[in-house]
Ligand binder design. Structure first.
Ligand code: SF4
Length: 466
């Protein structure tokens, strides 16, 4: 239903006897970051064993598959295609043999000069198995290799522009790296002495690991038999952490960029209520699940009761065929249904995290209105989404983003709500940077892209290729 999609999630473990099971669980806790494919590479110190498949983590890794993924170190990946089409060919991790031996890579993010780099590599005789920008990164590592994989990764960082939080595995090393702007999260922890890295802390929580720290922008962390080594491979640039991780993508129980996503989301809701209060509101209801934390914060400042006025079904499959238009708003109804007794006769405030095309918001408002409230007001805990993302989030093209062509008044009419209020860009930054942490990317709201290339800008569409 949500038309913005998470990018990917990565996980890695070095030096644990149950590496495959640990990675399976770690990926399970990252499932919200990608549901199209999952994969894992393990090593026992000699070979790299790969399994990847389309589908959810629970379906991809049976007991039998896990028992064949032997070894004490592993990397894993869950994917929603951003660059590259949705097919097994583009699933990760990617594995190769090169001069330095066997190597596998799992990547979260998007490389903005990928087409240009791939064109250059092809002219120099490189062949590609997929359309994924992650394969370009693997070629860059191989090209920069002289005698040491971390040095080769550093060489790759000289050429790749954009967002990458990634893990690489060779038979004797786990390497974790984050781009110099730190767009995507990547944390490191310990489990029974083993080193673990993951996109989000929920992964580490599930396996009982302690969270040590974030991997810093521009940093390469190498885990091997010699211990853990940190290399500040590139100077950290002005940070451009993805603010949407806090608004919607990360799990609320994750600590992202040093802050609990739940707490930040609630503060976004509080700030929204300060900026866009609703007179005489009787009830604040979230669009579950992503609007819940913000709605709690909104209700607190609005001083109105919060309740779960929309109930979400968690069992919606992807293959259901819509029975044409016979049932109004059928697609949204499959997922959400209002509680009539809660909304009837009340001034209801519906809180959601974003509006993408506007169609879903309209359906939600219509659905609530059908239960006879006195009024339905819509409040959004982020600014209008006007620009596409080129750093690893699947957004529609600019033309499809409703706020790029319509004013707030026009969108209000489209949604049929009595009123519509967005959070301001300044209010968003105040809520997210409350702890004194600045340096967020807000390009999908402002169009101020922190990383661009001259030769390949703007890219056509880094969403799913048609
Ligand atoms: S453009 Fe938006 S979604 Fe993309 S990295 Fe920046 S803030 Fe995140």
């Amino acid at each position: 239903m949500k038309q913005l999609h998470d990018e990917c999630g990565v996980f890695g473990v070095f030096g644990h006897p149950d590496a495959a099971t640990i990675t399976y669980l770690g990926l399970h806790a990252l499932q919200h970051r990608g549901q199209e494919s999952a994969g894992m590479v393990t090593t026992e110190g000699r070979h790299l064993n790969l399994h990847r498949q389309m589908g959810l983590v629970v379906d991809v890794f049976s007991e039998d598959v896990l028992s064949r993924l032997s070894g004490t170190s592993a990397i894993g990946h869950v994917r929603y295609s951003t660059a590259g089409s949705s097919s097994l060919q583009n699933a990760q991790p990617i594995k190769c043999m090169f001069e330095g031996g066997a190597l596998a890579l799992a990547h979260n993010g998007n490389i903005v000069n990928s087409d240009e780099l791939q064109g250059y590599l092809k002219k120099n005789g490189h062949v590609f198995q997929s359309t994924s920008d992650s394969e370009v990164l693997l070629h860059l590592v191989a090209t920069a290799y002289y005698d040491d994989i971390p040095k080769a990764v550093s060489g790759m960082m000289d050429k790749a522009l954009g967002a990458y939080s990634m893990v690489l595995l060779s038979p004797d090393k786990l390497v974790a790296v984050r781009d110099p702007r730190g767009f995507r999260p990547l944390v490191m922890g310990r489990l029974d002495g083993a080193v673990v890295v993951a996109s989000e802390t929920t992964s580490l929580d599930l396996i009982g690991a302690t969270v040590e720290r974030e991997i810093e922008p521009g940093e390469i962390v190498v885990a091997s038999e010699d211990g853990v080594r940190s290399i500040q491979a590139k100077p950290a640039r002005e940070p451009a952490r993805c603010v949407f991780e806090h608004i919607y993508f990360a799990r609320p129980d994750s600590e992202v960029f040093g802050q609990q996503a739940y707490t930040v989301r609630k503060e976004l809701g509080r700030q929204l209520a300060r900026e866009q209060p609703v007179e005489d509101a009787d009830l604040v209801i979230p669009v579950p699940d992503s609007g819940v934390s913000a709605a709690i914060g909104f209700a607190e400042i609005q001083d109105a009761p919060f309740d779960m006025g929309l109930v979400r079904s968690h069992y919606v499959g992807r293959t259901f065929i819509e029975p044409e238009q016979r049932i109004r708003n059928f697609g949204v109804k499959l997922k959400l249904n209002p509680v009539p007794e809660l909304v009837r006769g009340r001034v209801v405030v519906v809180v959601d995290d974003s509006i993408v095309r506007g169609t879903t918001s309209r359906k939600i408002v219509e659905m609530v209105r059908a239960r006879s409230p006195k009024a339905v007001h819509l409040r959004i805990s982020s600014p209008p989404t006007r620009w596409p993302c080129y750093y690893g989030i699947d957004t529609p093209s600019r033309e499809e983003l409703i706020a790029s062509s319509m004013s707030v008044e026009e969108i209000t009419k489209l949604t049929t709500a009595e009123s519509l209020g967005y959070l301001s860009v300044e209010g968003m930054h105040r809520a997210v940077s409350g702890a004194g942490k600045g340096g967020y990317c807000d390009a999908c709201f402002t169009g101020n892209y922190p990383v661009r290339t001259d030769r390949n800008w703007p890219p056509q569409r880094h969403g799913r290729k048609k």
